[in-house]
Ligand binder design. Sequence first.
Ligand SMILES: NC(=O)c1ccc[n+]([C@@H]2O[C@H](COP(=O)([O-])OP(=O)(O)OC[C@H]3O[C@@H](n4cnc5c(N)ncnc54)[C@H](O)[C@@H]3O)[C@@H](O)[C@H]2O)c1
Ligand SMILES: CC(C)(O)[C@@H](O)C(=O)O
Ligand SMILES: [Mg+2]
Ligand SMILES: [Mg+2]
Length: 347
Amino acid sequence: MAEMNFGGVIETVVTSKEFSLEKAREVLKHETIAVIGYGIQGPGQAGNLRDNGFNVIVGQRHGTTYDKAVADGWVPGETLFSIEEAAHRGTIVCMLLSDAGQIAAWPTIKHHLTAGKTLYYSHGFAINWSNRTGVVPPADIDVILVAPKGSGTSLRTMFLEGRGLNCSYAVYQDVSGRAEEKTLAFGIGIGAGYLFKTTFEREAVSDLTGERGSLMGAIEGLFEAQYEVLRANGHSPSEAFNETVEELTQSLMPLVGAKGMDWMYANCSTTAQRGALDWAPRFRDAVKPVIEQLYRSVKDGHEAQVSIDSNSKPDYREGLNKELEAMRNKEMWRAGATVRQLRPEND
Ligand SMILES: NC(=O)c1ccc[n+]([C@@H]2O[C@H](COP(=O)([O-])OP(=O)(O)OC[C@H]3O[C@@H](n4cnc5c(N)ncnc54)[C@H](O)[C@@H]3O)[C@@H](O)[C@H]2O)c1
Ligand SMILES: CC(C)(O)[C@@H](O)C(=O)O
Ligand SMILES: [Mg+2]
Ligand SMILES: [Mg+2]
C-alpha cells in the first residue's frame, strides 16, 4: 500500500508495485472465479483475468451475449456454463449481471453461496440498497467489491494496450480474515491501474451521482443546450458540433487528461482563457443546485428504484435501445457522425 497526497489529503492506494501480479496469482491459486454475466463488465474482467493466468469460468444465459462468449473463446461445458452451474462451480462468484438482473437471479445464486465462498461485486448497488434489492448475503461468506471506474470495454482495451483502469475496492464481510487480500488480488487480476479504498455505500452513491452527472447525464445536457443555442442563432450544424463536441473530445480533453485543466487553458488563446475563467464560476453556480438535487435523489434510494423498476421490465433492452436510437438521430449526433467520417484518419 502506498500513501499518496491527493490535493492535500493523504490516501492509501494499491498498485502492482505494492501487490504484484505474481502475488495475486498466489493468493487466488486455489480459487475458481465464476464471472456471472457477460454484458459489458463480464467480458472485460473475465478476459483480463484469463489472460493474467487465473482460473476463470463464465456463467451466462443463452442469447447474443452467450454467443459472444463463445466467440471470445469460452468453451461450453468447460469454461462456459449456465448461470446456476457457474455459481455452483465457482468459489468466487462474481455478480456481473445488470444490477436489475442481479435481483432476478439472486434466489438462484444464493443457494450456491456455501460457507467459505466469496461473493464479488463491481458495484455497491445490490448491498447498499438491499431493502430494495432483497440481496442479503449469507453470514458465512466473504463479500468484496472491485469497481472499475470506467466502462468494461475500456478495462479490456486499456489492458490490451498495457495500460490500467482505476478501480475502487471495498470489503463488506470478512469471514475468512483474508477478504482484503483477495479483493486486492482480484483488482490486480482484472488489470486495475491502481486501487483506492471505499465502502459499498460510498461506491454506490458516488457512482450513480457521477454517471447521472458530469460523466454522462450532465455532459449530454450541456452539449444539447449549447448546440441548440448556436443552431437557433443561425450557426451551421458542422460549426455548432465542432464548437460543442468535436473540439472538446479531439483537442482539448486529451490535454486535460494529460496535464490538467490549467494546462488545457494555458494552451488556448488569452481571449479563450479570459472568457473561460470568467464563465466557469457562473456555470458552477448554475449547475450546483442540480447536482445537489441529484445527490439527494441518489442517496435516498430514488435513483436506484427508478433503475430497478425500469430495468426489470421484460422488454427493458428494447426500451433502452429505442432511447439510444433517438439520441443517435438527433441532428447534433447525426452531424457528429459526418464530422467523424471526415477525420483524415478515418479515410
Ligand atoms: N458497464 C460497465 O462498464 C460497468 C462499469 C462499472 C461497474 N459496472 C457494474 O458491473 C455490473 C455489471 O454491469 P454490466 O453493465 O456489465 O451489465 P449488463 O447490463 O451489460 O448486463 C450483463 C448481463 O446480464 C444479463 N442479464 C440481465 N438481466 C438478466 C436476468 N434477469 N437474468 C439473467 N441474466 C440477465 C444480460 O444478459 C447481460 O449479458 C453492474 O453491477 C454494474 O453496475 C458496470
Ligand atoms: C462506466 C460507468 C458509467 O462508470 C459505470 O458506472 C456504469 O454504470 O456503466
Ligand atoms: Mg455505474
Ligand atoms: Mg461508474
